[in-house]
Design a protein around this ligand. Structure first.
Ligand code: PDD
Length: 295
């Protein structure tokens, strides 16, 4: 008996062409490679429907403006490229990775005059957070936020985030929560919410954090659900005394942090507001998948 082996072919988009991942080539002189001179997005796709596409494209524009790189595509062009990438993908649920770098040129820190940006779209399969993590929560550690002062730009230069995330991997934890001058900024690859005395707290958007698309969804759902919330700086003291701590991102959705630096958060289990928010998020996501929500 023979077993049929199907090798999934990932079709990517690179500079005007859809092609198998294995055939994709970029120059070693690409400034994304040499300097991390580029920006990116991760767009969740559920049942082949991009989630919050316009919000992601809007943030991409803000990131491009932040690094002074002209957008190589109109919104309509991006939509077409993204929808085609989704059509060609094996999986119905994706974390669509999209990257624009300043492109290849002579190695000089300053921008070369004549340069063509590199545009890359990679459809990655999206697996929802593990049931265990949703039901029991995850462990996190804290670390000093030693990143630059433009964390609002979704830059491909992620070395500080990579090093900070690795600290939590080394500690057997799911995320590193970052503290700057005694206040919570965000996670190494997520935003952070805290529940203090029944009140949901979210740090205000600033140059210290990425304006998360999931962060916006969670605040919209808090409004809809009548969950009392405040957008204001969260101190380290409040974080450590919190009844609940949540992390959010396009790939993690909403997760409860139930252990922080080895100490239980609240009673060490996902709290009541987390359970309400998680249910509301799933309902919203499913309405988008059925084509009823505002995707
Ligand atoms: N990261 N903050 C940081 C530093 C992030 O890297 C991310 C997401 C977020 C959450 O943003 P959003 O809700 O829009 O996903 C906040 C993505 C998923 C990544 O780099 O893979």
């Amino acid at each position: 008996m023979t077993t049929a082996v199907t090798t999934a072919v990932t079709t990517i988009y690179l500079n005007g062409q859809f092609l198998p991942l294995e055939e994709a080539r970029i120059s070693v002189m690409d400034r994304g490679f040499l300097f991390g001179d580029g920006v990116y997005e991760v767009i969740p796709v559920y049942s082949r429907r991009p989630f919050r596409l316009h919000e992601h494209l809007h943030r991409l524009q803000a990131s491009l403006d932040g690094i002074r790189l002209a957008n190589p595509h109109t919104t309509r062009e991006w939509e077409n490229l993204i929808l085609r990438s989704v059509e060609l993908a094996e999986s119905e649920d994706l974390g669509l990775y999209l990257q624009v770098t300043r492109g290849p040129g002579p190695r000089d820190h300053a921008f070369p005059k004549q340069i063509q940006p590199t545009v890359f779209i990679l459809p990655l399969p999206l697996t929802p957070p593990a049931r265990e993590g949703v039901e029991s929560g995850v462990a996190a550690i804290t670390a000093a936020d030693n990143r630059w002062l433009r964390c609002d730009i979704k830059a491909t230069a992620l070395l500080p985030n990579v090093l900070l995330r690795q600290l939590s991997v080394d500690a057997g934890c799911a995320e590193t929560l970052l503290l700057r001058d005694g206040f919570v900024s965000e996670g190494s690859s997520s935003n952070v919410f805290v529940v203090a005395n029944g009140l949901l707290l979210a740090p205000p958007k600033s140059n210290f954090m990425l304006p998360g698309i999931t962060y916006d969804v969670v605040l919209e759902l808090a409004r809809q659900e009548g969950i009392a919330h405040e957008i204001r700086p969260i101190s380290e003291v409040e974080l450590r005394a919190a009844g609940e701590v949540w992390i959010t991102s396009s790939t993690k959705e909403v997760l409860a942090v139930t252990t922080l630096d080895g100490q239980p958060v609240g009673d060490g289990r996902p709290g009541p507001l987390f359970r309400r928010m998680h249910a509301a998020y799933q309902d919203y996501k499913h309405s988008v998948m059925r084509g009823k929500g505002n995707a």
